[in-house]
Write a protein that binds this ligand. Structure first.
Ligand code: FAD
Length: 260
């Protein structure tokens, strides 16, 4: 099975801080990690390779420092790592990101593409399904369990209130939940090999033959008008009452605020 896992380097926090003046993300002093859903997806890819054979390629679009995360993926057991990097990709929104990743994937052989369900910084959950759309292949999101079958996989999708079992044939894309597979630890030997034996392939826009109009800021239709931290609400007041008394309290509160 030929598997491509898209991995994104993200700040190691779900509490993204914004610069109050210009509204941009404050990344200084925040360590970066592999996006948790992507790490679960990578672990699943490695398990599939172990059970049915094949190879696992990790692909990331990002600045040169994303190399560290790709080395981690190699140390976990990935066979090949590709970093898509360069000025042409700067300022990409989700559409431009997925266009670039899909163009890179077109240059590779694959049966299965795995992305995370969502990245903990951007949080849109759009990139995986968009890649599938660009490549015109089926997408199964919210994967919590994957079982290989001849020529495809069976995916257990998890929703808030139910599961759905889907059979999907290759080539296809799934988006992984963090629960899909608990990531393995890297061994010291594998970490050495990730730096000494493996290389990270650096690809630029010229390597992926993408339409330049679909990349970077110019290829991004999203415009962020304003970003600001959520205002904190004061602590609420809990009043315990029942029946008529509860109704009277609610009506009094609503009148107090001129809502009725
Ligand atoms: C107008 C605009 C401008 C932006 N400019 C920049 C910028 O200059 N620099 C910048 O860093 N960000 C920028 N961003 C943010 C960037 O577009 C998003 O981080 C990116 O598109 C991914 O979206 P997301 O984080 O919501 O990912 P999601 O859709 O939540 O991610 C789902 C999955 O897709 C895969 N994935 C997502 N992104 C990547 C990636 N880069 N490489 C590999 N796999 C990936 C992962 O498997 C991930 O789990 C910009 C966003 C907007 C709207």
């Amino acid at each position: 099975m030929k598997i491509i896992v898209c991995v994104k380097q993200v700040p190691d926090t779900t509490e993204i801080r914004l610069d109050p003046v210009n509204g941009t993300l404050i990344r200084d002093g925040i360590p970066s990690v592999m996006n948790p859903d992507d790490k679960a997806g990578l672990e699943q890819a490695l398990r599939l390779r172990e059970s049915v054979g094949g190879d696992v390629t990790v692909l990331s679009m990002g600045p040169p420092q994303a190399e560290v995360m790709l080395r981690e993926a190699l140390a976990m057991g990935a066979d090949r790592a590709i970093l898509l990097s360069g000025r042409a990709f700067a300022g990409s929104d989700t559409l431009a990101t997925s266009s670039a990743l899909a163009a890179a994937i077109r240059k590779l052989d694959y049966d299965l593409i795995i992305t995370g369900r969502q990245a903990i910084d951007g949080d849109t959950a759009q990139v995986g399904p968009q890649i599938a759309e660009h490549l015109d292949i089926p997408n199964v999101s919210y994967a919590e369990q994957v079982t290989p079958i001849d020529g495809g996989i069976i995916v257990k999708r998890s929703f808030e209130d139910r599961y759905q079992i889907q059979r999907v044939m290759f080539p296809c894309l799934i988006t992984a939940l963090g629960e899909l597979a608990h990531p393995r630890y890297m061994t010291p030997g594998a970490i050495f090999d990730a730096y000494r034996v493996h290389t990270i392939e650096q690809w630029s826009d010229g390597d992926i033959e993408a339409d330049a109009k679909r990349l970077g800021l110019g290829g991004s239709p999203t415009r962020v008008k304003k970003s600001f931290p959520k205002s904190t609400k004061p602590a609420g007041v809990v009043t315990r009452a029942e029946g008529r008394q509860a109704a009277d309290i609610i009506v009094a509160k609503l009148k107090e605020r001129f809502l009725i």
